[in-house]
Write a protein that binds this ligand. Structure first.
Ligand SMILES: NC(=O)c1ccc[n+]([C@@H]2O[C@H](COP(=O)([O-])OP(=O)(O)OC[C@H]3O[C@@H](n4cnc5c(N)ncnc54)[C@H](OP(=O)(O)O)[C@@H]3O)[C@@H](O)[C@H]2O)c1
Length: 315
């Protein structure tokens, strides 16, 4: 049983807590916040053992095996390094870090300290997407040819004054915030290293970071993906993906969290449903399995998979 603590009790931490609580092989022990009142409320809300009034308390707790980092992108590197140095297994929210040098340094440190490190990409591990990968490999839609994936989310509606870390020009931006979802989905479905890509980030007046990314990716196995993501073209949040083979196709809306998809072949169309309570649970369960096996990185989503995202982001 892997004992987890959550570091940083902001926007995403509650959904992560539900994910950990519904994942097999682990226990959510407590949340760490810079404000003890926040972690006490978190403890009560999720019926937890402990409330940590500082991040250091969590790093120093010998009863904690693993830490799920839920802080702004610019803080990930330091918190991961500190966690690994305290011999904690780390699952860190996306984007883990934005430089391959930092990525290598952190994965090397995890190995040296005999602990596990993984970038949290829930999209790869939902029961639906795991099932889709399986049936694509079995040839249900024939030879895989093309993937189209898009995800737009209007952050300007939530933060009209542009006064939020997500607008940080170095570690924020739409590409790092939501662009990673279609990239990671396409990379996982294509299941092949990137051969080449042509990517363009979008910028508008008065916003320092990118507000979108478009990318054409060709994989070594010949599959081609078209990626689109922006903060502009939707009232709130919208996205879908189409996977095309030479004998059929798969349509999936909200591919980063969905439980159903439509499969079309010459025989007709049908819907598959793969339920989950939380789209965050699959990745947590996978991390726990890797930790139990004594691995330092995931064979499904490890250092190389994180690097493939950076190849597109850091064009
Ligand atoms: N997978 C997904 O679906 C998903 C969705 C949204 C966001 N995310 C990712 O999750 C991470 C956190 O996003 P969020 O939306 O939860 O952020 P947020 O609401 O801004 O919360 C971040 C929390 O981190 C802590 N923190 C530590 N250092 C900080 C600093 N220097 N500045 C501000 N806060 C700091 C604070 O917690 P305390 O006050 O408790 O100390 C804060 O509440 C990001 O990497 C983001 O990309 C993932």
């Amino acid at each position: 049983m892997i004992r987890f603590g959550i570091l940083g009790l902001g926007n995403i931490s509650r959904r992560v807590a539900i994910g950990i609580k519904n994942a097999k092989g682990c226990l959510l022990v407590g949340g760490a916040s810079s404000q003890i009142e926040k972690s006490e409320r978190f403890k009560d809300e999720f019926h937890l053992e402990k409330a940590y009034g500082s991040y250091d308390e969590l790093f120093l707790d010998p009863s904690i095996d693993a830490i799920y980092v839920c802080t702004p992108n610019s803080t990930h590197y330091d918190f991961i390094k500190k966690g690994l140095t305290h011999m904690k297994h780390i699952l860190c929210e996306k984007p883990m870090v934005l430089s391959t040098q930092q990525l290598d340094e952190l994965f090397d440190l995890a190995k040296d300290n005999n602990v596990f490190l993984m970038e949290a990409h829930k999209t790869v591990f939902t029961p639906l997407n795991q099932y889709l990968l399986e049936i694509i490999q079995q040839g249900t839609i024939g030879l895989l040819k093309a993937i189209t994936a898009e995800y737009s989310h209007n952050v300007f509606e939530e933060h009209p004054d542009l006064n939020h870390w997500v607008f940080n020009s170095e570690t924020g931006g739409c590409s790092a915030d939501v662009g990673v979802y279609p990239i990671v989905f396409a990379n996982a479905i294509a299941n092949s290293p990137i051969l080449k890509h042509c990517s363009e980030k979008l910028y508008i007046k008065d916003v320092l970071c990118d507000v979108g990314i478009r990318s054409q990716i060709e994989y070594e196995n010949g599959v081609v993906a078209t990626i689109q993501s922006d903060w502009l073209h939707t009232p709130k949040s919208k996205g879908s993906a189409l996977i095309v083979g030479d004998r059929g196709s798969i349509q999936v809306d909200a591919f980063w969290k969905n439980t159903s998809a439509t499969i079309t072949t010459k025989e007709g169309s049908y819907t598959v449903v793969k339920e989950h309570v939380s789209e965050f649970s699959g990745q947590v369960e996978h991390a726990c399995e890797c930790i139990e096996k004594g691995l330092h990185e995931s064979p499904v989503f490890g250092r190389n998979e994180s690097k493939e995202i950076l190849r597109v982001l850091n064009k």
